[in-house]
Design a protein around this ligand. Structure first.
Ligand code: 2P0
Length: 318
């Protein structure tokens, strides 16, 4: 194989990963459950390097991606040594969309390297490998809903597809305006683990992930939204109650949008929020209400950028 290309879509966690029980192996404290999104993805091509070392090109610019270089060396240790490669990635995950690109990026890279080496690995094995690049990447190989089982070792921590009925779910991403001080997710979750409420969040998360799977099987979108919102808001409360360097990703506008979505619910709409490692709000709703909710949000928050995503496909190769 002289060249291999893979496309992986990003995902949104409905039950979050927020804490590591083993930093080196990237083992999470809890299992997490996600929805793959159609709109946002990374396409990565792996080919022989132009010269004697690995190269990383992101959106057509030569980039010094330390994480990518470290990850390629990790793949050599797992899949057998290979000569230097050129990694050429195109991100259709605009940073402005407020979604992390590391999930789709490390999933696409893992898939493209395996294909380049002519290794026909099961998706669960690719997921296990991608975990060492970025935790959320474990979940980006599968169409629709995926579950990353925390596991208790390197071998047992990977994601798999959930077999659910077709659910008419939609996700509106509301990009909050203004400049924000960044706390990386790796740092944020280390801080959150120092909250006295952390053990309780872990316990509740275990119950929520069971309830979420039942809600998905029953196509109960109200319950899916309610569980996701409770899990996400409790995650963000940990950041505020951390003993070590407590912080928040919330801005005033984040809080205003959360309140607006609660008001929509009181008016009878199906609308729930979830938030990740940043100030942007993602609204879980049904496909038939997404346009209406989106236009109400735009009217109330003219400066906010909105994008609506639907369930997306699993990894694909060219
Ligand atoms: C998630 N996030 O479940 C959670 C919720 C953000 C908030 O996974 O340290 O880039 O590379 O494993 O996967 C984002 O963190 O973290 C994330 P690392 P990752 O989607």
């Amino acid at each position: 194989m002289t060249k291999a290309t893979a496309t992986a879509h990003t995902n949104i966690a409905l039950i979050k990963y927020w804490g590591k029980k083993n930093v080196e192996l990237n083992l999470p404290t809890t299992s997490s459950l996600s929805l793959t999104l159609d709109k946002f993805y990374t396409t990565t091509t792996v080919s022989p390097a132009d010269y004697g070392e690995d190269q990383f090109i992101l959106n057509q610019n030569q980039t010094d991606g330390q994480r990518v270089h470290r990850f390629l060396d990790f793949l050599r240790s797992e899949l057998g040594d290979f000569d230097p490669v050129k990694v050429d990635s195109l991100n259709a995950v605009p940073t402005s969309a407020g979604l992390a690109s590391s999930a789709s990026a490390f999933a696409a890279l893992t898939g493209a390297v395996a294909k380049y080496l002519d290794k026909d690995l099961p998706l669960e094995e690719l997921s296990r490998l991608a975990r060492r690049g970025s935790g959320s990447a474990t979940r980006s190989f599968f169409p629709g809903f995926a579950l990353w089982q925390a596991g208790d070792s390197d071998a047992t921590s990977y994601a798999y597809a959930l077999d659910t009925p077709q659910i008419p779910i939609a996700l509106i991403v509301a990009e909050v305006s203004g400049l924000h001080k960044k706390v990386s997710s790796s740092d944020g979750m280390q801080r959150a683990m120092t909250s006295p409420d952390y053990p309780n969040w872990v316990k509740e998360s275990g119950q929520q992930i069971e309830a979420m799977q039942k809600a998905l099987q029953a196509s109960d979108l109200e319950q899916v939204g309610a569980l996701a919102e409770a899990n996400a808001l409790a995650m963000h409360a940990l950041n505020l109650s951390a003993r070590d360097r407590r912080f928040t990703y919330y801005t005033q506008q984040t809080l205003d949008i959360i309140k607006f979505v609660q008001d929509l619910r009181h008016k009878g709409f199906l609308a729930y929020v979830t938030l990740d490692a940043g100030p942007n709000v993602k609204i879980i709703t049904s496909q038939d209400q997404a346009v209406d909710i989106s236009s109400q949000l735009q009217e109330a928050f003219p400066s906010v950028k909105l994008a609506t995503a639907l369930p997306g496909p699993g990894i694909a190769y060219e």
